[in-house]
Design a protein around this ligand. Sequence first.
Ligand SMILES: [Ca+2]
Ligand SMILES: [Ca+2]
Ligand SMILES: [Ca+2]
Ligand SMILES: [Zn+2]
Length: 305
Amino acid sequence: MSSSERFGRAVKLGAVSALSLVALVVPAAGAGGAVAAPGGDCFTPAHAADRSKDGHADSVSPAEAARIEADMQSKLAGKRTARVAQAAAVSIPVYFHVITSGSAGNLPATAISKQISVLNSAYAPSGFSFSLVSTDYTNNSTWYNGITDGTSAERNMKNALRKGGANALNIYTAKLGDDLLGWATFPSNYKSQPKLDGVVLLDESLPGRSATNYNEGDTATHEVGHWMGLYHTFQGGCSGSGDYVSDTPAEATATSGCPASKDTCSSTGVDPVHNFMDYSYDSCMYEFTAGQNTRMQNAWSAYRA
Ligand SMILES: [Ca+2]
Ligand SMILES: [Ca+2]
Ligand SMILES: [Ca+2]
Ligand SMILES: [Zn+2]
């Protein structure tokens, strides 16, 4: 299993590497310059991405997703013999790591508490809640300025700062490189790379900050979704198992902005443009499905419980 899958809301065309990185990217300066691509999507010329800020590669390959699925199901089968019903509620300890460069990146505590609230609202139906344990500030210009996934800067930062076990959510904020909004690791990566486990966010994506259209805190919602085992709603396109969630209609392409309607696969259902695991604006994404909630509970049981 790949040790460094990542996710994010940024997609770079053709960037699906052997490592299956996934991340979100921020729309290039002047997101208004996004152009309609065939299929109804908007892509910024520079990033070919929606949420252009969510990372590098955009999603795992169908083959890798199938491998992860088989692994998760086998782990679940073993656990279900011991524990028939999933515990009703899980409180996730959150360790917040604010990276700064002098005064740059120095997020106020209110932005962090608002971010935790956004997470708690989004995940309430899933039975998961988030509780801030600690916030630390690290002045390191190398880690702050332009950090990207898969780099020595990321490794060094996480090795120095990560806290807690498999159930601990570690969130790092910085001025990310490559116009990324954020990236995350999958639960299936924890065992082989525990120190890399976590979510990295653009500091200005937190609620009330400056990333236009992406400053309501849903980059965190989206990245934590990956950290909980969810794929993009457009994972795998129109064919195959897609995102391994039956009640999210298949979607051929990531969504940009907030289209009134979009239907890119002939299979039943319109594109889930309001789903947290698409690439829409923060104001446009506001839901997880029941199937996604179940998938998160299963992934938790398999890898983080
Ligand atoms: Ca689906
Ligand atoms: Ca459809
Ligand atoms: Ca929202
Ligand atoms: Zn993503």
